[in-house]
Design a protein around this ligand. Sequence first.
Ligand SMILES: Nc1ncnc2c1ncn2[C@@H]1O[C@H](COP(=O)(O)OP(=O)(O)OP(=O)(O)O)[C@@H](O)[C@H]1O
Length: 361
Amino acid sequence: MARIRLDNLAHTYMTYPRDDRDFALKPMNVEWEDGGAYALLGASGCGKTTLLNIISGLRAPSQGRVIFGDTDVTECPTAERNIAQVFQFPVVYDTMTVRQNLAFPLRNRGMDPTRIRNRVQQIAKVIGMEAELDRKARGLTADAKQKISLGRGMVREDVNAILFDEPLTVIDPQMKWELRTQLRRLHQEFGHTMIYVTHDQTEALTFADKVAVMFEGRIAQLGTPEELFRKPQHTFVGYFIGSPGMNLFEAEVDGRQARIGPHVIPLAADYGRPEGRVQIGIRPEFTRIAASGGIPVDILRIEDVGRHVVLRARHGGVAVNAILSEEDTLAEGATHAVFDPAEIGVFVDGWRRDPVEGASA
Ligand SMILES: Nc1ncnc2c1ncn2[C@@H]1O[C@H](COP(=O)(O)OP(=O)(O)OP(=O)(O)O)[C@@H](O)[C@H]1O
């Protein structure tokens, strides 16, 4: 296992890039701690696969270094990086049995047969295929084949890292949940460094200790699920994480207050007078609907999603969502969205702004 460091790394697919926009990955410095379970989360085209392929050595970066532990592996081919990979679609040997497929990476390294047998048994249990160990892979469903790929990715204990690229795409929903839980358990047991690419926030937040949210070729934030929820560093993180995502409003900020049009919103700290595109963000969990205060809204509908209720409203052309508990009843004449000042974030040109020095948070 190893710590993985990306040092001033960037990538463009163009021969003559003109500016930042021509880079699939903008310059970044990232450190993945030894033994961490990470997710790389973002919308389609944000650069997740490019980043993963650079870590695995399938692609050489246009700029910067990839460092495993203390070794610079930027020029090393995949085979020399000592990593395991699981891709979106199954990669299995059809003519081999499930057992032979799982044992393959261990046999390749000359492991003792008894140890192979035990390890294969253990992994077969994790992927729920103990009963099929002696079946040929040919004829198994895509689902089952992908479970073998996952098992093969996890079978070696001595890899620097295991890289997963949307590995559960072809797995049915019930099994998805089960495999994710098993992967997590396996991580806790063996402590591999794992990087898991997905565009599904539930998958990322349940699998990983830390999630790197990617946006237009940048890591907008690398943090725990709690950090992404409580303190998103970029409006994209606020909006992308959460269900529904953060409410965002164009605003003017002056000291301890913000203005959305004519409406004054108190803030919990002094933010000075930021210039540029200023927005305030508040999660639906910290938004209430009351008779006065905050901003007036038109209530569109109320969705009962089980444990709580999502209220959908609009202020002018902007969506405003509030999460209310089952006990909260909407009072007669409640037409204003009111925000908890302590939970309001101030964003300038997309990025979170801290309160000014010396001011209390
Ligand atoms: N081989 C390639 N040649 C040229 N451009 C590419 C190539 N591969 C990816 N790109 C571009 O690089 C950017 C990042 O793509 P990448 O596949 O890394 O994103 P992603 O987040 O993994 O998306 P997805 O979830 O759709 O796979 C996109 O604009 C994409 O069009």
